[in-house]
Ligand binder design. Structure first.
Ligand code: 5AD
Ligand code: SF4
Length: 458
């Protein structure tokens, strides 16, 4: 590893290792949480997380495989940082996370100056892998585990906003959505010990955090059952919300086939459980939903939205949509648009289908929707969602929202930015308020993405 040298007590030159680690994170919130676990493991082994890549002796890229363009972006980034290695061959570069798991040893063959490859379940091994790389051995560990949840590790917060944080409550996924690489790169679903989750959240609250997002690929199937103690996701959510009324609780992601009325009722009765549900629909066509192996129909999805509206009337709902899945016809696509319009989503993440090697769809179906049709359909989905997002914000005008301040607005230090319970960004004049405080904001105007308002003193 790179470093300076000094004379030791025998008068020999000894290299002082550069123990600074720089971690760059791509992909979902789960990866953000994982990078914090990695930072904690490496800190325990004598490393120090740094913000500047140029000061690092160890560079880790935490990667995503969900779509081909996510991987291409990471290859480009690796190419861009290879000059650091050319300048200083002692630097160790590691590729970790989902792409490491998917490509395994192949990453090393690509000659991108990578020394370490570590999958999502092998982070405890990182200090050993780094030691191997230091002595000139490229190192790979991509073993998936049925038990690993990093339950005992206190993540080191890298974002430094000090107000909002992610807490991973489970790992892996047992659903086999035909398009999705996640079960292959993150392994089987396992829930984390609730005692360690509650401890982590309490520590966050005590150090000033005011919002946690509980993370899992499918939080509704969180289940802990050991030594006579059992708890479901609704029970866990209730316990986390009970830590302190000043702590907001969010969660992601819910699955339409698993989200129960019980959970909705829990959300409804606790003021500090945020009134926002991310419920990916993916498609509005029953034929496509079957091909995707989503295990619900359009009617079941609509039933869940109806239940949300009934049990939690003020709840916002966001979704994920995929355009151009295998065999998708214009009629299927219209069904997706109709479902979006009917649901009136407040927000959506929208994607073109990207075939991932090894998935069920890649094995069984042909990626037969031409690229230009995928683009056209995605654009229609985005245009519709822009309209729906604008309607959603317009409906909020004239209302007062409790907003948790997260920091200054991106454009000006004279304005603060935060989110309301429904997860909508709200901007307002700063006055003398600070991040971490709750304020009541009267919504005066909006764009399709943001609410603008003024603080109401109560
Ligand atoms: N192609 C396009 N989008 C995908 N997603 C997952 N896999 C793919 C894929 N192969 C989307 C889904 C999922 C979100 C996280 O990413 O909409 O909900
Ligand atoms: Fe997250 Fe899935 Fe991307 Fe992995 S592949 S980083 S689980 S979105």
């Amino acid at each position: 590893m790179s470093g300076e040298w000094l004379l030791n007590c025998n008068g020999d030159r000894e290299v002082i290792m550069n123990r600074n680690v720089y971690i760059e994170t791509y992909g979902c919130q789960m990866n953000v949480a994982d990078s914090e676990v990695v930072a904690s493991i490496l800190t325990g082994a004598g490393f120090r997380p740094v913000d500047n890549i140029n000061n690092a002796g160890l560079i880790l890229i935490n990667t995503c495989s969900i779509r081909e363009n996510a991987e291409q972006r990471i290859w480009r980034r690796l190419k861009a940082i290879s000059h650091l290695k050319k300048k200083n061959s002692g630097i160790v570069i590691g590729l970790i996370g989902c792409m490491a798991e998917r490509l395994k040893e192949k990453v090393l063959e690509e000659d991108h100056f990578v020394d370490i490859v570590a999958g999502p379940d092998s982070y405890r091994e990182l200090p050993l892998l780094v030691a191997g790389a230091e002595s000139g051995h490229k190192a790979v560990n991509v073993l998936l585990s049925r038990e690993e949840t990093y339950a005992d590790i206190s993540p080191i917060r890298l974002d430094k906003n000090g107000v909002t944080s992610f807490v991973s409550i489970m790992r892996g996924c047992n659903n086999m959505c035909a398009y999705c690489v996640v079960p292959y790169v993150r392994g089987r679903e396992r829930s984390r010990d609730p005692v360690t989750i509650l401890k982590e959240v309490e520590e966050l609250f005590n150090s000033g955090y005011r919002e946690v997002t509980l993370l899992g690929q499918n939080v509704d199937s969180y289940r802990w059952n050991k030594n006579g103690y059992g708890i479901t996701f609704a029970g866990l959510l209730e316990k986390v919300a009970g830590i302190n009324p000043q702590l907001r609780v969010r969660f992601s992601t819910s699955h339409p086939k698993d989200i129960s009325d019980d959970l909705l009722k829990t959300i409804a009765v606790h003021e500090n459980i945020c009134k926002h549900i991310h419920l990916p629909a993916q498609s509005g066509s029953n034929r496509i939903l079957t091909l995707m192996n989503r295990e619900y129909t359009r009617e079941c999805y609509m039933d869940r939205i109806t239940a949300i509206r009934k049990i939690i009337p003020e709840c916002s709902v966001s979704t994920d949509m995929i355009a151009g899945f295998c065999t998708e016809t214009e009629e299927d696509h219209k069904s997706s648009l109709e479902l979006m319009e009917w649901a009136g989503f407040d927000f959506a993440y929208m994607f073109k289908y990207s075939e991932r090697p090894g998935t069920r769809a890649a094995r069984k179906n042909s990626d037969d929707v031409p690229e230009e049709i995928k683009t056209k359909r995605l654009n229609e989905i985005i245009a519709l969602q822009n309209k729906l997002s604008a309607v959603s914000k317009k409906n909020d005008l004239g209302k007062v929202f409790k907003v948790l301040i997260e920091g200054y607005s991106k454009r000006s230090m004279e304005y603060l930015s935060g989110r309301n319970s429904q997860n909508k960004v709200v901007i307002f004049p700063a006055e003398s308020y600070k991040k971490g405080e709750y304020v009541s904001v009267y919504a005066e105007r909006c764009t399709s993405a943001t609410l603008f308002g003024k603080i109401i003193k109560q």
